[in-house]
Design a protein around this ligand. Structure first.
Ligand code: BG6
Ligand code: MG
Length: 220
């Protein structure tokens, strides 16, 4: 079935803000004396802010009240937002601009499907706020990846059926969400090692997009 829309995750696919998330959580975890490293961080990819905090707190030696959790999440977000001040178009990941241009040239719709509530601010910072036909983010959804909600809503807004959508993700939870939505899935970065991805490459620069689109067009 031909691909008529590509839905991109944002953090870690379009821009290197996944690293900013890691450093912001690391600061909170270190201050609280909670072990947190890059391995644990993998489980936070694609997951909402509050769910990310819950995952980090699994290694805490004491219980945190709902009020304390709210405060920690707020502090993390403030720190994260501060680090976004330094964000420039230079942080756009390799291959992204070429892929967007070539999809546009082929008449394929492009959308963002992100769990982040900061997605629109980030897209403005990197100059891509006008580059997508639809932006679905953490402010639009009530269930985060691996739930398919963000991608299903994206397809619905684009008016394109799920089987004609290709999702690009760096999170295992994001690949699971795409599959649950009935879409095709391309894993990049961390998700390039995930066996459930239909296609997997280190980044978009290394992805033979035309080949993938042509192959999809010749299968049922
Ligand atoms: C996702 C990130 O894109 O957004 C997660 O992969 C993050 O790590 C989630 O927790 C929510 O982001 P925000 O910006 O709303 O805290
Ligand atoms: Mg991501």
């Amino acid at each position: 079935m031909s691909i008529r829309a590509v839905i991109f995750d944002l953090d870690g696919v379009i821009v290197s803000t996944d690293e900013y998330h890691f450093h912001a959580w690391k600061m909170i975890a270190d201050r609280e004396g909670i072990p947190f490293d890059r391995t644990t961080n993998e489980a936070l990819r694609g997951v909402s802010r509050m769910e990310s905090l819950e995952i980090i707190l699994r290694k805490a030696t004491r219980a945190y009240s709902p009020g304390e959790k709210k405060e920690l999440a707020e502090q993390k977000n403030n720190f994260y937002r501060e680090s976004l001040n330094d964000l420039t178009p230079g942080e756009i990941l390799p291959g992204v601009l070429d892929v967007l241009a070539s999809l546009k040239a082929r008449g394929i719709k492009v959308a963002i499907g992100s769990s982040s509530r900061n997605a629109k601010a980030i897209l403005s910072k990197i100059g891509l706020d006008k580059s997508f036909d639809e932006i679905v983010d953490g402010t639009d959804i009530s269930r985060s990846k691996p739930d398919p909600e963000v991608f299903s809503l994206g397809a619905e807004r684009l008016g394109i059926s799920p089987e004609e959508c290709l999702v690009v993700e760096d999170a295992e939870a994001g690949i699971d969400a795409a599959l649950a939505a009935g879409m095709r899935a391309l894993g990049v970065g961390s998700a390039a090692q995930y066996p459930k991805s239909h296609y997997a490459y280190p980044d978009l620069e290394a992805t033979p997009l035309d080949e993938i689109l042509n192959r999809e067009a010749t299968t049922d």
